[in-house]
Design a protein around this ligand. Structure first.
Ligand code: AP5
Ligand code: MG
Length: 186
């Protein structure tokens, strides 16, 4: 199964994808995780994106497409994937559509985790205290939410217009949200 998992920062994409991959038996492809690994390893890509990420802004479409193309060309995604963090704007929507067409791997669904903004801020503040992710500072969170509203909300409309979007209430325990996600994918 090939799925795009959508949702604002803190909506639970990573948390749910980690569970969903067990249920569906397909890898979790998180562009944010791939970038954080590059930053931690100090690779040329990591050095290039570190400051942009810490500010809560988007990395360039060209860099992201290179990264995604390489990842989706590996054999472990031949049976599907859960894509988390991509696409994040309409240019990336077109790039993904073209890439999947070329790979002969059409998407099955786009699932949106819906969580009110106040709860997103609360969850990210909780994670800031626990994990210290560089973009969980209050200023970076504000910027990530702004970027989501201006650039990523149109992605939701893009999938809705294709009748591919499934909306899932992301409020509740992790287990409750997982149940709803699986039900939405059945
Ligand atoms: P990315 O890593 O994609 O981050 P994000 O979209 O901002 O989302 P988060 O990872 O913060 O939240 P999440 O939805 O995964 O929630 P989580 O499960 O962690 O992107 C980071 C940066 O990378 C971007 O800003 C950009 O710079 C760059 N980037 C990445 N992709 C890009 C692209 N395609 N183009 C350009 N740039 C790109 O949960 C959050 C917290 O809530 C956790 O503490 C969790 O334990 C808790 N939680 C989860 N579920 C629940 C629940 N049900 N109840 C209570 N708490 C919960
Ligand atoms: Mg995440």
């Amino acid at each position: 199964m090939r799925i795009v998992l959508l949702g604002a920062p803190g909506s639970g994409k990573g948390t749910q994808a980690a569970r969903l991959k067990e249920a569906l038996g397909v890898p979790h492809v998180s562009t944010g995780e791939m970038l954080r690994q590059a930053v931690a390893a100090g690779t040329p890509l990591g050095r290039q994106v570190k400051d942009v990420m810490a500010r809560g802004e988007l990395v360039s479409d060209a860099l992201m497409l290179d990264l995604l193309e390489e990842r989706l060309s590996r054999p472990d995604v031949s049976n599907g994937f859960i894509l988390d963090g991509y696409p994040r704007n309409l240019v990336q929507c077109q790039a993904l559509a073209a890439l999947l067409e070329r790979l002969g791997q059409p998407l099955d669904a786009a699932v949106l985790l819906e969580v009110p903004v106040a709860m997103l801020i609360e969850r990210l503040a909780g994670r800031a205290a626990q994990e210290g992710r560089s973009d969980d500072s209050p200023e970076a969170v504000k910027q990530r939410l702004r970027v989501y509203e201006s650039q990523t909300a149109p992605v939701v409309e893009y999938f809705a217009a294709q009748s591919r979007l499934r909306r899932v209430d992301g409020v509740g325990t992790v287990e409750e949200v997982s149940e709803r996600l699986l039900a939405a994918l059945r």
